[in-house]
Write a protein that binds this ligand. Structure first.
Ligand code: GLN
Length: 501
């Protein structure tokens, strides 16, 4: 039986009824990891078979013992290497953390384990989650399973690939400016960024703390709901974690969409960079929603054109502060200081400790990470912070206000997730501004703190996945999932595994 095309919820029900064991399911997906990872390079570290089987056997005996577990008990999952997990290194795809072994699990990861899920391993990413192509990994770029010469997107590229290639039914990643939704869009899978604060950031290695959120990848919207149900919820160890009751995210999935008010953002749909095939996919989705009883309205986000500039001030500012902790004295990569390098300290005016830090950070961090640290440090420096950082905070508020206004008229927003389908490996890597501009449709949800989801929407003439994005007001994940699930049922997309054999 081909397990990779079943929904995780379906597969979980089969495990619960003991039609298939957790051991069999785990072995099946681990074998696919071993079979395909040499082609797509999605994984940074994989648990060995004995460790995976040990996890699986434990869940099997809990099920046999009659313990009532979550609907996802026994299902394999992969975890972006930005989330702390005991038993493997947590590298953030950086040389800086290559040997970092966290002594604890991130709260989101711990909740998945407590729910009886089987962790297969850690997925590749852009270093410290900075990037849109996974090419900024210090180790290797990942490949898009639909076209191996193209990027799977980023920064959670490896996570999207493991789901797209059927190496794991589920994955979790982080989304600071689109890093779950954009790779999901490039790889033909579903990806969700929750409301800021809904999922704990404890154990998520910080990039830009006011924007970072953890979110799931899956082939089925109902599976996104099931994973979110497990990982969402208040955590006293994250001071920005929302202390709100988490509604049942699965019970409303089948609610009819009659009367739903859908807004189409003019500024997105008319954007000059928007690929015509993606624009068409948005229009087709609009028609499908109308056929399900929804009404369509045009809405405006007048400050939308400032979103990339705003994000690329705020995110680097926060990153420059967050990444200051990797100073090589307490932890992180430490350069071996040659006598030549040490003697440089006398000429540079730095003492040997400072020189060691400078050399370690120079060697341990990649180009893009250094670029962001310098951008952020500049934008925060005396005399400039009012003009850049504080100004960006004000524009962030305007962008959030635009959304608030829009959501007075409509229940959800429909638009593109990314201006183009997956681009080629190497195509933008030497042009950071081009790389940044691609993020225009995703960063807004992070700036406004609202939930957003990308869904597959067919394929281009060349066979590349197309995608659309849905956005909802804060804490309206259930609504977003309901709309997504109905669209999937109505045929917007069928889960497809990229064929690699
Ligand atoms: N591509 C964006 C960036 O490079 C978003 C990254 C993310 O969401 N982690 O910052």
């Amino acid at each position: 039986m081909q397990l990779e095309i079943l929904s995780a919820v379906q597969l979980g029900a089969m495990i619960a009824k003991r039609e298939v064991s957790c051991r069999e399911v785990s072995k099946y997906f681990l074998d696919r990891v071993h079979q395909f990872d040499s082609i797509v390079s999605a994984m940074v570290n994989v648990f060995d078979e004995a460790t995976v089987m040990e996890q699986a056997d434990q869940v099997d005996s809990r099920i046999l013992g009659g313990e009532k577990l979550s609907p996802l008990a026994g299902l394999p999952i992969t975890i972006k290497d930005v989330l702390c997990l005991e038993g493997l290194p947590t590298t953030c795809s950086s040389k800086m953390l290559q040997n970092f072994r966290p002594p604890y699990n991130a709260t989101s990861v711990q909740r998945l384990i407590d729910a009886g899920m089987i962790v297969l391993g850690k997925t590749n990413m852009d270093e410290f989650a900075m990037g849109s192509s996974t090419e900024n990994s210090a180790f290797f770029p990942s490949r898009n399973p639909w076209a191996l010469d193209r990027t799977p997107g980023g920064s959670s590229g490896g996570s999207a690939v493991t789901v797209a290639a059927g190496m794991s039914p589920l994955s979790i990643g982080s989304d600071t400016g689109g890093s779950v939704r954009q790779p999901a869009a490039f790889c033909g899978v579903c990806g969700l960024k929750p409301t800021y604060g809904l999922v704990s950031r404890f154990g998520l290695i910080a990039f830009a703390s006011s924007l970072d959120q953890v979110g799931p990848f899956a082939h089925h919207v109902e599976d996104l709901a099931a994973v979110l149900q497990v990982i969402a919820g208040h955590d006293p160890r994250d001071s920005t974690s929302l202390n709100v009751a988490i509604p049942d995210l699965t019970s409303g999935l089948n609610a009819p969409l009659k009367g739903l008010r859908v807004g189409v953002v003019r500024e997105h749909q008319d954007h000059p960079a928007l690929d015509p095939e993606i624009s068409k996919a948005v229009q087709a989705t609009q028609k499908l929603l109308q056929s399900l009883g929804a009404t369509i309205e045009e809405v405006h986000l007048p400050n939308s054109r400032h979103s990339v500039a705003t994000y690329y001030v705020i995110a680097p500012c926060e990153a420059s502060s967050n990444l200051a902790r990797y100073e090589a004295a307490h932890y992180g990569y430490r350069a071996r200081m040659t006598t030549e390098a040490s003697s440089k300290s006398s000429t540079s005016g730095r003492n040997p400790l400072e020189e060691m830090m400078v050399v370690s950070r120079s060697q341990g961090l990649g180009e893009e990470v250094k670029r962001r640290i310098m951008l952020g440090t500049f934008a925060l420096s005396a005399g400039y912070s009012d003009a850049y950082y504080k100004q960006a905070l004000k524009v962030r508020r305007l962008i959030a206000n635009d959304y608030q206004q829009a959501f007075q008229k409509v229940d959800v927003l429909l638009g593109p997730a990314f201006p183009t389908p997956a681009f080629r490996l190497g195509e933008k890597i030497d042009d950071p501004v081009q790389m940044y501009l691609g993020d225009q449709f995703t960063v807004e949800a992070n700036l406004a703190g609202i939930p957003a989801m990308s869904l597959p929407a067919g394929f281009t003439r060349d066979g590349l996945p197309l995608a659309i994005q849905l956005q909802a007001p804060q804490l309206q994940e259930a609504r977003l999932l309901n709309v997504g699930h109905q669209l999937q049922r109505a045929g917007l997309f069928e889960p497809k595994i990229a064929g690699l054999v």
